[in-house]
Design a protein around this ligand. Structure first.
Ligand SMILES: *[C@@H]1O[C@H](CO)[C@@H](O)[C@H](O)[C@H]1NC(C)=O
Ligand SMILES: *[C@@H]1O[C@H](CO)[C@@H](O)[C@H](O)[C@H]1NC(C)=O
Ligand SMILES: *[C@@H]1O[C@H](CO)[C@@H](O)[C@H](O)[C@H]1NC(C)=O
Length: 811
């Protein structure tokens, strides 16, 4: 949990005192690292530049949500650009939503499991209300009029064709429950499992468990006119407790006979080191689309199945590599060449000691090279896995029968030694390494794990950027780019945004300074469901997300949020956004407008923004401090990556100097706390934000210090017009009143109430924007309430003027 301003302020003050030294030290380190050929700034990859809460996104940035009645668990999303539909699969329901606005009225199909199946499921020991339902796991576009859908059917997998109109406006959306078919080998039995599948032509390729107990896993081809084909059963060399993640159909040449299907999964490694327990490896598996199985052996089994380890690792400090082996999701980014898409994969670690997630990028070139490399071979149970050095039979296993590479027209014609070799050598010796030999994005020691990824290729003024949208298990989406400096080895990861796309169930965090005033703050507590599905529409510039609780839609960019000055727009380094002379707006590469300023690579406003970069309006405020009491000078930069520097001057014509921090004057994340205000503190305080070598003024605050007695006589008038001293502070009395309000049960509501009250006050400058997000855990709130009781007792006993020097005790 990130602290609000008071907690840990001592150490924060210390940290700030030495921050200058640290800054220059970091620069030096970065320089050294870049010379050594590998840099990534840990700070940059854990602190987002901008963090937006669910309520802000919803109120101001076009976040839309949808929930189906009596449903949940939106694991399956299918994007249909032509019809303009988002098809959604959840518990017992299918829905068709508008891609333009998913909140609009939906078309729904209720598709429950029959009662007898639910009873059987219950007899098998499963929970009738939680598990014995039909969870939709598969949705594909089948033909111009139909979708193909499969669900768990209360541990009785079932599939059906769903009739959809040709266009969004067509009212058809129906499923004939009488015409359902067996979904074994297509959908998982267990709602907690996922199935990976792809529909190619009329055939479905799926990776799934084919039994109730979830022990027999297979890569399976079904539907269509050809006989079904699967992997060898009960052979741990082929598949070993796999968890399938994704499947893609990727052409290999102009000849469709060379087309391959690639499966991404993780499994228990057979070749893992003995004595170290089970280790999980990420895998990529391949099969040929025209595989018909063997003639005498491997009948109706794959003869072209091969798999390789997918590596995503970073060098550790002790010289050994840290591997990210828990593959979570893969996104295929199409390029101009259909045969060579890019594959972005997200991983987490399986280690309980080291927590982290990473994104690695793979090219088809590297994948194909691994499958053309040596086979892994094990002579017998007591032998090690080695690289197979003897003669490999012809045609080489893994090659598709085609005119391109050979003379065989069907796998049924393959010689017996080829089939035997294929059966015994499904594993390649060399792994597939990521492009650049390292992750493109990495986070360690954070309280979340990556779960999903979608990527958008964006044209900016200085080149292409692949913008990564990474879903997490705490209901957030991270928007990330990596900027390559001179080479792949030297790159900078930018965490542009951290977006809370699903509601959290937590509350605000309220902090009371003495018995005088309270402040709504935020922390990092998340309590929201994991992102379980994600689709992106580049055409509509929207992201669609599913979780257990809800479906969300979010625009890919919000350029206006970066500010009202060229420098702010430029510092954002968002490839979607550029300064057009008056505002920060969507960058369109082909428009011939003179005033398009963007610098994603360097983010240097000094070069780009010729107009006075300091022109951006500086907020001015006046604050009263009561002598002997504490006061808080709040200043939160928009960018969480900016460094804040405070300067002070006695009067507007005296020189500015940096604010001296000590025991009494403490710098926090949200501003400066003066613990016991003295008369000499009177003066002008300037808050400046420095980012990427560029400094801008954010706030000019004039502090006036008044005597304690004077304050008491003034307090009446403040209560009538309490806004001036600190526009979104809440007087302690008001706080008590609000807390006792029967309708406000959470601090979140309380803060909302407070802000809306302040903003409705007449004849006032607009208040500062509220803190970016407000939440805290329930227990925290209870704790606060206890304190409140204690304090309110004290409030009655202790006269108001006596509050000053005790401040330290409160913290
Ligand atoms: C989206 O649809 C909802 C429900 O019909 C509506 O309230 C909302 O205004 C729509 N939003 C936009 C941007 O059209
Ligand atoms: C699509 O497939 C369904 C199910 O096989 C079939 O009934 C329908 O006629 C097909 N539609 C077209 C346009 O081929
Ligand atoms: C409190 O909530 C109740 C029911 O939700 C409502 O009728 C009442 O008007 C609310 N009172 C205030 C003061 O908002």
């Amino acid at each position: 949990m990130k602290s609000s301003f008071a907690v840990g302020s001592e150490s924060s003050a210390l940290a700030q005192r030495s921050s200058k030294a640290i800054m220059s030290h970091t620069r030096l380190l970065l320089l050294l690292c870049s010379l050594a050929g590998s840099t990534w700034s840990k700070a940059a990859s854990t602190n987002p530049r901008l963090k937006l809460s669910f309520s802000e996104l919803k109120a101001r940035h076009g976040l839309r949500t949808h929930e189906l009645e009596h449903s949940c668990c939106y694991d399956t999303l299918l994007l249909d650009e032509e019809r303009g539909c988002l098809f959604v699969g959840g518990k017992n329901h299918l829905a068709s939503l508008s891609l333009d606005n998913i909140s609009k009225q939906d078309k729904k199909i209720y598709w429950p499991a029959p009662v007898e199946w639910r009873e059987e499921c219950n007899w098998a020991g499963k929970d009738i209300n939680a598990e014995c339902m039909n969870f939709i796991k598969i949705l594909h576009l089948y033909n111009r009029t139909h979708l193909y859908a499969c669900g768990t059917g209360a541990f009785h997998p079932t599939c059906a064709f769903v009739e959809v109109g040709q266009r969004m406006e067509d009212p058809v959306f129906k499923l004939d429950p009488a015409a359902t078919e067996d979904g074994k080998g297509k959908s998982p039995y267990d709602p907690r499992h996922v199935a990976a599948s792809v529909l190619v032509g009329e055939e479905l390729y799926s990776g799934v468990a084919t039994d109730l107990m979830g022990r027999d896993f297979t890569i399976f081809r079904s539907l269509g006119p050809r006989p079904s084909i699967r992997t060898e059963q009960h052979d741990s060399r082929w598949l070993n407790e796999p968890k399938f993640v994704d499947v893609f159909w990727i052409p290999e040449s102009e000849n469709p006979d060379d087309d391959k299907i690639y499966f991404f999964f993780r499994e228990t490694a057979v070749e893992g080191q003995q004595g170290l327990g089970k280790s999980s490896f990420a895998r990529i598996g391949q099969i040929c689309r025209n595989d018909m199985g063997g003639q005498r052996s491997l009948v109706n089994k794959w003869t072209t199945f091969l798999k390789a380890r997918l590596v995503c690792s970073v060098p550790g400090s002790d010289g050994s590599d840290t591997y990210f082996d828990e593959l979570r999701d893969v996104f295929l980014l199409q390029t101009k060449d259909k045969r060579n898409p890019l594959l972005y994969a997200v991983f987490s670690t399986s280690s309980s000691v080291f927590k982290g997630s990473a994104v690695c990028l793979y090219t088809m070139h590297d994948i194909r090279r691994a499958f053309l490399g040596p086979f892994a071979h094990k002579e017998g149970p007591n032998y090690q896995w080695v690289s197979y050095q003897s003669r490999v039979p012809y045609p080489r296993p893994g090659m598709c029968p085609s005119k391109t590479f050979g003379t065989f027209s069907s796998t049924k014609d393959f010689p017996d030694d080829v089939i035997q070799f294929a059966r015994n050598h499904p594993l390649m010796y060399n792994p597939v390494l990521p492009h650049g030999q390292r992750p493109v994005f990495l986070q360690t020691n954070v309280d979340h794990t990556f779960t999903r990824i979608a990527v958008d290729r964006v044209t900016a003024a200085d080149g292409h950027y692949d913008v990564l949208f990474i879903g997490t298990d705490v209901g957030t989406v991270l928007k990330v780019i990596s900027v390559h400096k001179e080479s792949w080895q030297n790159m900078e990861e930018l965490l542009l945004e951290d977006l809370q796309v699903f509601k959290y169930l937590s509350t605000g965090n309220l902090l009371c300074v003495l018995q005088q005033s309270c402040l709504c703050t935020r922390d990092h507590a998340h309590d929201s469901s994991p992102v379980t599905s994600m689709q992106i529409s580049s055409k509509r510039q929207q992201l669609y997300l599913g979780s257990r609780t809800s479906i969300s839609q979010l625009p890919l960019h919000r350029c206006g949020i970066y500010g009202k000055a060229c420098a702010e727009c430029c510092l954002a380094r968002d490839p979607y956004c550029a300064w057009d002379g008056t505002t920060c707006t969507r960058y369109m590469p082909n428009t011939k407008r003179r005033f398009r300023r963007q610098d994603v690579r360097n983010g240097d406003p000094n070069m780009l923004c010729s107009e006075d970069p300091h022109r951006s309006s500086v907020l001015e405020k006046k604050l009263y401090g009561v002598e002997g009491s504490s006061t808080f000078l709040e200043c939160v930069p928009k960018s969480l990556q900016a460094q804040v520097v405070w300067t002070y001057q006695k009067a507007s014509d005296t020189p500015k100097k940096e604010v001296q921090l000590d025991e009494r004057v403490v710098k926090t994340d949200r501003g400066i706390l003066i613990r016991s205000v003295l008369h000499k503190d009177t003066g002008l305080y300037h808050c400046h934000a420095t980012e990427h070598g560029f400094t801008q003024s954010l706030l000019r605050l004039s502090l006036e210090v008044i005597g304690a007695q004077q304050a008491d006589s003034l307090s009446y008038s403040w209560e009538e017009e309490p806004s001036e001293p600190a526009s979104h502070k809440l007087w302690y009395r008001d706080f008590l009143q609000l807390v006792d309000h029967p309708n406000l049960s959470t601090v979140d509501q309380l803060c909302q109430q407070l802000w809306s009250r302040k903003s409705h006050q007449p004849k006032k400058k607009p208040p500062l924007p509220p803190p970016l997000s407000v939440k805290a855990k329930n227990h925290k709130w209870k704790h606060l309430e206890e304190k409140r009781k204690a304090r309110s007792r004290r409030t009655h006993e202790v006269p108001r003027a006596e509050r000053g020097p005790r401040s330290a005790a409160v913290w």
